[in-house]
Ligand binder design. Structure first.
Ligand code: SAM
Length: 272
């Protein structure tokens, strides 16, 4: 059983985060820019931005000359409302929908692009099944997601405080590639790690909350976090302070590139 929060909990947390999201989404910008650099020359026609959030990547997709229309999809009503209110481009449509149950016609988009959203999906079969189904035969799925080295410092520091689960589980690289393989002709998953620096543990917890990365997973404590717990968490995290006097926060970023159908020649699956 997955420990991830339910779709309704994810939608609620990200809806509440919409107002503050852009102010704290530096890492999310980096991941989206990295993805776009890698795939810009593959983008043509009608593109879906799956888990579009406040629409940063959606707008970047519209700057690509071969892209005709972009559909921003998100499960959080607050995110879709934000996009409708702040982004006016007639080549852009918005859809409130769950990536694991896409209400779109089969073979209706040329590419699906997604940045730092699919790690919230419990049902990977449904997710990849729907992404593959809505893609046209020549289509590609290009995404970033998160691996288990994400927030390792916070996970470790909480383990010094109590036995509850405070950090989501993230899918290992091989497992992700294996889950995708039945739905795509070719799959590549690459990984790199980004380390952010913070001054205090309070800053780390506040930024996660403002991002909507809430902790509602199955192993989470049902009670409110007490001052005593935060004090003990800070004490543990302090032992990780680096030579520059900063507290590290790691993110393991996957870059995923998949073709709906296998190219004429080449391997079925590659993991680097
Ligand atoms: C960390 S934000 C990333 C937003 C945007 N892609 C970016 O790079 O800034 C994750 C987004 O994925 C959305 N999301 C999470 N689970 C989803 C699901 N099952 N279906 C559609 N969107 C989902 C959230 O509502 C949120 O807006």
């Amino acid at each position: 059983m997955s420990s991830l929060p339910s779709v309704a909990q994810v939608a609620k947390a990200f809806s509440q985060a919409a107002q503050h999201y852009d102010a704290v989404a530096g890492l999310q910008r980096q991941a989206a820019d990295h993805l776009l650099e890698r795939v810009a020359d593959k983008l043509v026609g009608e593109v879906m931005d799956l888990g579009c959030g406040t629409g940063y990547l959606t707008q970047q997709l519209l700057t690509q000359v071969e892209v005709k229309r972009v559909l921003g999809v998100d499960v959080a009503p607050g995110m879709i409302d934000w996009c409708r209110q702040h982004i006016s481009d007639e080549r852009c449509d918005w859809l409130l929908a769950d990536a694991q149950a896409l209400p779109l016609a089969t073979q209706s988009v040329d590419q699906v692009v997604s940045s730092l959203a699919i790690q919230w999906c419990v049902d990977q079969q449904a997710l990849f099944g729907h992404v593959s189904r809505v893609l046209r035969p020549h289509g590609g799925f290009y995404a970033t997601s998160l691996g288990p080295r994400t927030l390792v410092e916070l996970r470790w520091a909480w383990q010094q405080v109590d036995a509850f689960q405070h950090v989501n589980d993230f899918v290992p690289q091989e497992q992700l590639a294996t889950a995708m393989q039945p739905f795509f002709g070719e799959v590549q998953v690459q990984s790199h790690t980004i380390s952010l620096q913070f001054d205090t543990v309070t800053d780390i917890l506040r930024s996660l909350k403002q991002l909507g990365a809430s902790n509602h997973n199955a192993g989470a404590s049902r009670g409110l976090t007490t001052r005593k717990q935060i004090h003990r968490l800070s004490e543990a995290y302090e032992s990780l302070r680096d030579a520059n006097g900063k507290l590290p926060v790691s993110y393991q970023i996957y870059t995923i590139m998949a073709n709906k159908c296998a190219p004429e020649s080449g391997s079925k699956e590659r993991v680097k």
